[in-house]
Design a protein around this ligand. Structure first.
Ligand SMILES: *Cc1c(COP(=O)(O)O)cnc(C)c1O
Length: 372
């Protein structure tokens, strides 16, 4: 068992210790090549083998169908908010956005610079999910955007909508930055998905894009060549220099996930089961607490990001500070909530062991016993 503290950062977030150790061991000499991965040509045989293995492992883990390209890009989730409309909103120029929290709200605002944006729904104050039956969808939209896990608000789609059943023929675009690889993905409902790596995969700087082949021919003329999905797909993510070290670390995380075992399961099924168990444990503790609360409606609660607040009269700056100071003393790191919403947030991504959540729950109970 590790002696490192438990790190609840929302991102960049904790990585599996085994992965960090392997990267450290290979830092000066990757597998007898005499080079660090950071020092290799992205077009050399060594790095090509790293990138190809990473892509194949990711495709296997998430069961990505052959009609989807996997692109290793840069710019993070926020750049994709511009890159997606520049690539997809080249026909009617209409984009429908489902706003379920801070990140999809940002996506809508950025897409307005490149497209005619309509809000299909806006579920402010983001404590539940809007019923798809009530979404305002335009028949000729180039795509419909949603964020499947709202990292700040702690709201997660447990199931993606079937747009065809809602009378829309538009492809669904999903920002899955903060829960990719925490659960399976229903590709039959998706046209494009993107995610920054720094939440649940690897270091900041790598952005994953999964794009269906038939969506590669509708870019706007202004789309930068290096961000044109068709160009990047045809060059197998090597049109320009990709974030090589990020791809390497992500590849080590994919290998870790493939051999991961839990509750008699392996791979993605095992990590999903552990994520369910961790989230259930934490939400149960918050729901039973007299001092703390999570405010999200149960069906919309995120398995990955759990915002929580001191209740009512307990919610003072002094008690919030006492909680966070005490957490650090208990070696529970980065529990402060996002600056826009305050309070606390525990991000319990794939790399967080069950023991980390057990330690947090024990501290919540101790704190309540001494301050409640
Ligand atoms: C973190 C995050 C982003 C922004 O990512 P950057 O890499 O900072 O651009 C976008 N969407 C979601 C859901 C996120 O969690």
């Amino acid at each position: 068992m590790s002696t490192r503290p438990f790190n609840f950062s929302a991102g960049p977030a904790a990585l599996p210790e085994e992965v960090l150790q392997q990267a450290a061991a290979e830092m000066l000499d990757w597998q007898g090549s005499g080079m660090s991965v950071m020092e290799m040509s992205h077009r050399g045989a060594e790095f090509i083998s790293i990138a190809e293995a990473a892509e194949a492992d990711l495709r296997e883990l998430l069961q990505v169908p052959p009609e989807f390209h996997i692109l290793f890009m840069q710019g993070g989730g926020l750049a994709e908010n511009a890159i997606v409309p520049m690539n997809l909103a080249g026909r009617s120029g209409k984009v429908d956005v489902v706003v379920t929290g801070s990140w999809s709200k940002k996506s809508a605002a950025e897409a307005r610079r490149y497209a005619d944006v309509q809000l299909a729904a806006d579920s402010a104050p983001y404590l539940s999910l809007p019923d798809p039956a009530g979404w305002q969808l335009r028949a000729d939209a180039d795509y419909v955007h949603l964020c499947s896990n709202e990292t700040i608000d702690g709201v997660e789609f447990q199931q993606l909508p079937e747009l065809r059943q809602l009378g829309s023929r538009a492809p669904l675009v999903v920002d899955l930055s903060s829960h990719v690889l925490s659960r399976p993905v229903d590709w039959s409902r998706i046209g494009l998905a993107f995610g920054g790596a720094q939440k649940n995969i690897g270091p900041a700087g790598l952005t994953l894009v999964f794009v269906r082949e038939d969506l590669l021919n509708q870019a706007q003329a202004i789309c930068p060549t290096a961000f044109n999905y068709k160009t990047v797909a045809e060059a197998r993510s090597m049109y320009n220099t990709p974030p090589t070290y990020g791809i390497y670390i992500a590849g080590l995380v994919f290998q870790w996930l493939k051999r991961f075992g839990y509750a008699g399961k392996t791979g993605l099924a095992a990590i999903e089961q552990r994520n369910i168990d961790k989230a259930s444990l934490l939400y149960a503790a918050l729901d039973q607490s007299k001092l703390f609360e999570n405010r999200v409606a149960a069906p919309a609660r995120s398995r990955m990001n759990v915002p929580f607040y001191l209740r009512g009269a307990y919610d003072t700056p002094q008690l919030n500070k006492a909680f966070l100071d005490g957490a650090r003393e208990h070696r529970l790191l980065q529990l402060k909530g996002h600056k826009s919403v305050g309070g606390m947030r525990a991000s319990i991504y794939n790399a967080m062991p069950l023991e980390g959540v057990q330690a947090l729950v024990a501290y919540l109970k101790d704190f309540e016993a001494s301050h409640g």
